[in-house]
Write a protein that binds this ligand. Sequence first.
Ligand SMILES: [Zn+2]
Length: 303
Amino acid sequence: MSTTDNALGSVELLPGSVRAAVLERDGGVRHLVEATFDPSVPGAVRDTLTDVVQRCFTFHRVTGIGVACPGLVDTVAGTVVSCYDLPELNDFPLTSVVSASGRAPAYVEHRARLQVLGDRWFGHGRGRREFASVSTGETLGVGLLYEGRIIAPPGGRSGAHMVVAADGEVCTCGATGCWRTVATSRWLRDAAARSGYAAGDLPTLTEMAEAGESRAAHLLDDYADNLALGLANIQQLFAPGRFILHGEARWAGPAFLDRIERRLRAVTAWNAEAEPPHVLVADVDEDDSTLLGAAGLVLSQAS
Ligand SMILES: [Zn+2]
């Protein structure tokens, strides 16, 4: 056990589990404590959180602790406003509890938004002030860093429900033509099934396309085009220049990334000022991306 001055603290809270980690300044995980709890047991979330944070940080001093949390979060007050999956967290003083148990200042942010800070401090976004971090696969969304800060207005969302078609499939949100109806794993599976393929996952289709199967290649082209629809809107509005893909798209081949990139460059070809968009896959460990993001939150507070 060691005491170190400049290590970073990180906590990931999920409905049913808590992870806490001590990270090196380069993102390496030095110490990890995790535990599960039954969300239906009164007090379980607070007890587990306190216990895990104490066990993680008692013998490892950190400069600060970033907390990744589900639900609606007040980042200034450090509280959870409401959490549908963990109602016990409604009005919960999260940063106070973590700070007291972990003996360091604590900061909270919604977990989906933190991926961008993991990239900013430990991945392909290192040192940049503008870029987009994109979740692909079963979930879809974009985190944006703009002038060095996460764009996270109260009530803002991650882009999955931006409308990309005037008429199309009805989304789970009730609207028609949302981006997520055409650019998630579910869409790809359904499209593959309509083409007669038993397997509709991205790695399998990529293998088939690379082996010369033209229908699989067309499906992947359509999927890349659909992802590019939403990303083109982001590029039009914020010109982040760099798009870092997480999730399923990491397993697609270079042809898939090139196609998205060409689409994005086409919508900015008129603009000499904008950095030509570049699309690449994340280089941070996917399992640790939220913990890295929470550690990045500590670094961002100090920058
Ligand atoms: Zn929707």
